[in-house]
Design a binder for this molecule. Structure first.
Ligand code: GRF
Length: 180
């Protein structure tokens, strides 16, 4: 069962939902994330775990991981989630937290990766799906797909189109890998 963490518009969450993957809980650090509207429209339980309501990130992550577990989550997908996760959270789901990132990691980690590739003028960029560790986009790579930077006008649109195909593909494979 999949739990998805979101902070923004939620197009990758929508791709998982549209492909019929078993998303049973959606959590956010922001209560104004449009992704939460998408989750509710699909009848998926949502919750917001704001840092303002907790002593620190580790405590927030512990409470969030408990909520996910209570909903039967055994695979966590970060779909535009903008906070790093702490050890207490990662220890609850060892090897079972996945992120999608709009570059060919280790190139251009962090925020604004698409713009960073455009600014650097590289010929090729792409998409990475990887396991999450405590670092910034540093975990082991599960899948990558390259894209030419040009035409730059359509780069963002092309990247999102690949994300919406690659992330559900990897997630589906991980679900089947742990099926009895
Ligand atoms: C995606 O580009 C993803 O790769 C990055 O954040 C963006 C989230 O978009 N981590 P959305 O919220 O899924 O539309």
């Amino acid at each position: 069962m999949i739990g998805v963490l979101v902070s923004g518009r939620g197009s990758n969450l929508q791709a998982l939902l549209d492909q019929g993957l078993p998303v049973v809980a959606v959590a956010s650090n922001r209560n104004d994330a449009y992704a939460l509207v998408r989750a509710r429209a699909a009848g998926v339980p949502t919750a917001t775990f704001s840092l303002d309501c907790h002593a620190d990130r580790a405590e927030r992550d512990l409470v969030m991981s408990t909520w996910l577990e209570e909903h039967g989550v055994d695979l966590v997908v970060l779909a535009g989630y903008m906070h790093l996760l702490t050890k207490p959270f990662l220890d609850r789901f060892p090897g079972r937290v996945v992120n999608v990132h709009p570059s060919l990691l280790p190139a251009f980690p962090g925020l604004n990766a698409i713009q960073a590739a455009l600014d650097a003028g590289v010929e090729t960029t792409g998409i990475t799906v990887h396991l999450v560790d405590e670092g910034l986009d540093t975990g082991p790579v599960l899948a990558q797909e390259a894209l030419p930077l040009e035409p730059r006008e359509t780069l963002e649109e092309r990247i999102h189109a690949v994300e919406h195909r690659l992330l559900p593909t990897v997630v589906r494979a991980m679900i089947h890998a742990c099926a009895p």
